[in-house]
Design a protein around this ligand. Sequence first.
Ligand code: ZN
Length: 468
Amino acid sequence: MKYKILLIIFIAQYLFFPLNTFAQISENKITSISFENNALTINTLGKITYTESRLKDPDRLVLDILNCSLESESLQRDFRSPLDENVSVAEIAKGHVRILFFGRASINRKSFLSNNDRTLVTKIARIDAEPDKSDENNQQTSLERELPGKLKDILIEHKSDESEIQITTSKSTKFNTYFLKNPDRYAIDLLNVSPPEKPLPQFSSTPLISGLRVGRAANGVDATRVVIDLSKPDLECNVSSTLIGNKIKIKVKAKKQKEGSAKSSNIKVVIDPGHGGYDTGAQYGGFDEKDITLSISMKLKKELESRGVKVFITREEDSFLSLAERVDITNSVKPHVFVSVHANAMKSTRTIRGVETYYWTKGSQKLAYYIHKSILNDINIPDHFIRRAQFFVIKHTSVPAVLCELAFLSNHDDRKLLTSSAMQENYAKAVTDGILKFLDIDTRPIEIKKPVPEKEAPKKKEDKKSKV
Ligand SMILES: [Zn+2]
């Protein structure tokens, strides 16, 4: 009997918490993919780590399989089921396989991991709603909703030291952006938008933009990709969209060279706001982790800049960025410090609170210590300890790197800290103080009362989606 219960708990753990935060980072491989009887079956050599996102309008399911590649290129392909479900499999970045399910609105999609974590099955089924006639109506409305938008126009303008690209689509459009290196270019994926029917008029280059291309997104997503070739390094691109959402503007200009204090002006810091885009992070009390991490990160950027530090940020808007992209940005900037900003969450209990600071490499331990201590000094929050864990972004960055879980979004009191603008400022100041203390360029001492206990991270069951 006892054995049975233990077995059930063991299985339940894998059913409900398939994302083992501390899973091995070593590369996994997909060896076969099949689609039969309305189920997609993926087999891998090692344990599967994946995140799942559901997107609306049209309904889609995105499975991101991390630290995993396709064994052969022939596995990169599309499927279509009798239920009109489309499945597209693509390795969108090195070690990042994305499976996209899309089709009718009335489809239920559910994923299961096998007991050994090496087979992932996604079953699709029709949601059998009402009898025939209303079903027909449903189909019609869902078809209407799924009609893709069209790319209508792209305008380019150059004024003094800034180039602006304006993309017009036939309807409100969601998008993802990517800054790509070697050579520098900026890509924007217009989701559920089809390319223009006629080729766009010949485009003339500006002092900052040397080329512009339009095509299908390469990563299997139902999107049109616009790629802007930048004519020189150290340019920044800021994207914004109109309220109605059918015009997207991208401003290209030279990166600001901030005048800084003599001591810290050579210091570079990369801030990484956790999650973004369809990856919301933890969700509690009507708040998305991705918004909190961005808001605090922007305040942290401002604070560091006011102290003369040159700051790079992995995302400045609500866009999806893979973990590999975050690492690539950091390793190309080669900053003195990397800080990934997150909010913690615990599914099983809402009472846990506190600040946790993670590091992995030896050279990052001191950085974790100073930031953690500084937060505890400035903010009235329990100590949830400094911990070691192999989160992707702190394992693969080649500089002192920490991941800060500033507080628990799942706890009522901690959530107040995370969402209050004044407290966000305090976090920004505290993290800045910690960084500067680590770099030993701040004259203001931070008080260190007692050594911070250090613990190996326990195997936690809560869901920390895209950190590994
Ligand atoms: Zn997070």
